[in-house]
Ligand binder design. Structure first.
Ligand code: ZN
Length: 682
């Protein structure tokens, strides 16, 4: 249940932070004055290529480090933040007086177990013995169903996605969700497409699976045959999976039914047995996101031999657990996943890998320690002020739109007024009392955590939604809009320099943090967000004419980005990225209009030779400066709903008269879309 694929993904803006300004005393650690003038490449005209002008020298002088797949503000923020988290983890692990069962004990022991490389080496694959024995004992198709259930509740998400979900047509209520899934590669296209990169990925994947089975102790011939079986099962799942673009439509990916309905469309899989086995004896409504996926699964279920299902389960187990086993597994996983798929050359140090495991598996436990140490209450208030300004500005933008009628505007304003804003950290933390963590086994700690999370998730089903929950931890350098909760959420770690810094002028903060906040607000009104009402229900609050007007405008932004070719013959997918691109354009526009109300804008005084408007846009470019490995770029173009950093910078600007004014961009200049291509939405 860990990786339930829902019909939409959270609309997340990926930000990275470089310099931490909040420490325990609330004093600034390092004074930052706006941006670094040395980043500019003044040999390039801002009207020709604003990215190159604003950050061209940075891009030339900052290649991607060997232990990274991408290097941008956000990776740099992550690196800095990791050092802060490390201090917390080191202290927790060294703590002599942490009471048994306390958060400090659990965080400290988890961390210590991950650092104990001698013990991890000595244990080898034995921490998985219990699971492997269960797989070995599978004798019938009913056993396959039971083990699928067991695995979902313990270590992974085999065959399909499964977990709690908000009912998008009754948003105050949580129901069971079932979704397409079960793939080891990050997209169905890798199994199906005939292009060179897809074929290369699939053949390396086969070899990777074979290598893993050899490490588990099987001979090479058997291992090669096992790899073929796994890929055959996954290819079949992939053939009946929807594309990432098709998954963006919430209406088409919502199919509410009860267990009898599910049993009818997928009769050969014993669903009653499955639900009983996970402990859901009285399941009521469920959302079966992609019914044809389950029909196909049912059709093929018994044509896959029981032995092949066992092989598939072993592979799922090892795929999920390999990073927590001895060095040869870790290295094999790194070679395929990090080196080949993402272009990373050198593995991160052990402590950082263990930190990531903690973040993923008991993130809010670490988050409690993080907030106590690094996020003073004053920081929350400062961030709230800027969010409030942006919300007001968005309301004014809605009033000013010339393509939308009054009836739809009233509804849009109602939705905006209903936004819930979360800043910093949850008011109520996850209760980790039932989670057992000790220093005996790193892998067991991970399994215990996955088990704990799965049980926690299952307990939400058939109950009212808990609005206190967060989908990100406070130490996450990111933010999100959640359409079914109609809320924008800004974790503590994103509220740091260079994204937000109370020491610098407003132009800098509005161009960076303002644009981030505006981006998240605009997600409430992008191609997906606009389909949800003020209470989070999937509901059409648009007049027919306004809806058509919106779609015309969205089509233009799709076409604009479809033309971007970041690397030879690999294009941006304008449809997949439209929500993010709409949010980038709307967010930057809203942020600029909020900035126009500041004293700095009104006074218009230059700093470092730049007007306030110019500083605003230079700050925006600073946020998107990035270098990326080819492998990671190719992967992201396929799976990431965000455009690459370069296009996140220039894509909105070519549509913004406010930007043209600031830098004297004339008709015909590359940084100015001609009238017929101009996109204006929010
Ligand atoms: Zn976003």
């Amino acid at each position: 249940m860990k990786s339930v694929i829902k019909y939409f993904s959270f609309s997340v803006v990926v930000f990275f932070t470089a310099i931490i300004i909040y420490n325990c005393s609330g004093q600034t650690e390092q004074k930052v004055v706006g941006f670094d003038l040395n980043n500019l490449d003044t040999t390039v005209s801002p009207a020709d290529d604003f990215y190159k002008y604003a950050v061209g020298n940075w891009a030339k002088n900052n290649p991607v480090p060997d232990n990274q797949s991408r290097w941008s503000v956000f990776e740099r923020m992550f690196e800095k933040n990791s050092e802060l988290v490390k201090k917390l983890l080191d202290n927790a692990a060294a703590s002599k007086d942490a009471g048994k069962g306390s958060i400090i004990q659990k965080v400290g022991d988890y961390y210590a177990s991950g650092l104990d490389s001698a013990k991890i080496e000595e244990q080898g694959i034995t921490p998985l013995k219990e699971e492997l024995d269960l797989i070995e004992n599978i004798k019938s198709y009913d056993d396959v169903v039971k083990y699928t259930a067991h695995m979902h509740m313990n270590a992974g998400a085999p065959i399909f996605g499964f977990g709690s979900t908000q009912d998008i047509k009754n948003s105050s209520w949580v129901i069971l969700g079932l979704y397409q899934g079960g793939l080891g590669l990050p997209d169905r296209d890798y199994y199906l497409n005939e292009d060179d990169r897809s074929k290369e990925v699939l053949s390396k994947y086969l070899k990777h699976i074979e290598n893993m089975f050899v490490l588990m102790g099987y001979n090479k011939n058997d291992a090669a045959a096992f790899a073929e079986s796994v890929v055959s099962i996954e290819t079949d799942l992939a053939e009946n999976s929807r594309s990432k673009v098709d998954l963006r439509d919430p209406e088409k990916n919502y199919n509410k039914m009860q267990i009898d309905g599910l049993q009818k469309i997928a009769p050969n899989f014993n669903w009653r047995l499955f639900f009983e086995s996970v402990g859901l004896t009285e399941t009521k409504d469920m959302d079966v996101g992609q019914p044809e996926f389950f029909t196909n699964l049912s059709n093929k279920f018994t044509s896959v031999s029981i032995n092949d299902w066992k092989t598939y389960f072993r592979w799922n187990l090892i795929r999920i657990m390999s990073t927590h086993l001895n060095e040869s597994f870790v290295q094999e996983r790194f070679d395929f996943n990090d080196r080949f798929m993402n272009g990373i050359k050198v593995m991160q140090p052990r402590w950082k890998r263990v930190m990531n495991s903690l973040d993923n598996n008991i993130g809010e436990a670490v988050g409690q320690l993080y907030v106590e140490e690094y996020f003073p209450p004053a920081a929350k208030q400062r961030a709230k002020n800027i969010v409030d300004n942006l919300l007001v500005s968005m309301g004014e933008r809605i009033d000013a739109i010339d393509w939308m009628g009054d009836d739809t505007k009233i509804k849009a304003k109602e939705k905006l007024a209903g936004f819930n804003v979360k800043i910093g950290y949850p008011d109520q933390w996850i209760d980790y009392t039932e989670l057992k963590i000790d220093r005996d086994s790193y892998a067991k700690n991970m399994i215990n955590s996955l088990k704990f999370k799965a049980a926690l998730d299952l307990a939400k089903i058939d109950k009212p939604v808990d609005r206190n929950e967060w989908a990100m931890t406070p130490q996450t350098i990111n933010a999100y809009y959640h359409p079914v909760l109609n809320e924008i959420v800004f974790p503590a770690a994103i509220l740091q320099s260079p994204v937000y810094n109370p020491e610098v002028d407003d132009a800098i903060n509005y161009g960076a943090m303002g644009a981030v906040i505006g981006h998240e607000i605009t997600h409430g009104f992008d191609d997906q967000g606009r389909l949800f009402g003020v209470d989070g229900n999937l509901t059409d609050w648009w007049t027919k004419e306004d809806s058509e007007n919106f779609l015309l405008r969205a089509q233009k932004i799709i076409e604009q980005y479809n033309n971007y070719e970041p690397i030879d013959s690999f294009y941006v997918n304008g449809e997949l990225t439209q929500g993010e691109n709409i949010a980038d354009l709307g967010g930057l526009t809203v942020a600029f209009h909020a900035f126009m109300k500041t004293d700095q804008y009104k006074k218009g005084e230059k700093i470092d030779g730049f007007t306030p408007q110019q500083r605003f846009f230079l700050s925006y470019a600073e946020v998107w400066k990035s270098n990326i490995k080819d492998e990671n770029l190719k992967l992201r173009l396929k799976i990431d709903p965000h455009s690459p950093g370069y296009y996140r910078c220039i894509g909105p600007l070519v549509n913004m008269p406010e930007f043209w004014d600031a830098f004297n961009v004339m008709p015909g200049d590359p940084m100015r879309n001609p009238e017929e291509k101009l996109v204006k939405i929010w």
